[in-house]
Design a protein. Sequence first.
Length: 231
Amino acid sequence: MQIHQLSATELAAAVRDGQLRPTEVLEHTLRRAEELGPVVGAFSALTPEHAQRQALVAEELIDATPFDDLLPPLLGVPCPIKDMAAVEGLPFEGGSLALRGLRALHTDGIATLLAHAGSLMIGKTATPEFGLSCYTEPEGLPPARTPWDLTRGAGGSSGGPMQRTPVGARGSPCRGSRFASAPDRERDGGWGPPSRPDPTGRRARALRPEWIYLTNLIIENESAVLSRHSS
């Protein structure tokens, strides 16, 4: 059985038991991501340097930890992040041409939790513009296709994350995706409005400066984007 055929729990166990090294898992997964990602439209960006740093830290932790049960649960397991969640210093475009080239100024809660769990963030997965449509065909990127039938779309807004298994990655949770529960989305603050009234005002923090910046950037670039589409 090859690395990409292992489940997340099997892969995590193999890493903890010393059967596989995180750098070995990462090399295999990135190779498949580079080969198959464009075919199925899985990624908006790969982040090999970021993942390599995480893999090296994971190996240092394994070597320094005397008991396997003290290791993080997802240590060495590849797990990309949907491009609706921010990871500081990495691309954060939300599937939008208007935000092409933008890099995040902070790291969202879900990405922080996955990093603390030991996962390797190999890239950002594709999403429709701001996750709004039911198909995933972001401007300038390959459309997301189901790997079982490339004539069919992978849906949305998690069209890119749906391709994680063929390339050997595990999960691609994000606020607002089907991998995140409603309480998690509300705790971390989402792109959209609250799903129910919030008399406590706890979701007010969702309107942090970066969201305001993104909104202003979209408005400022609207005419340029429309002009580019029409040319």
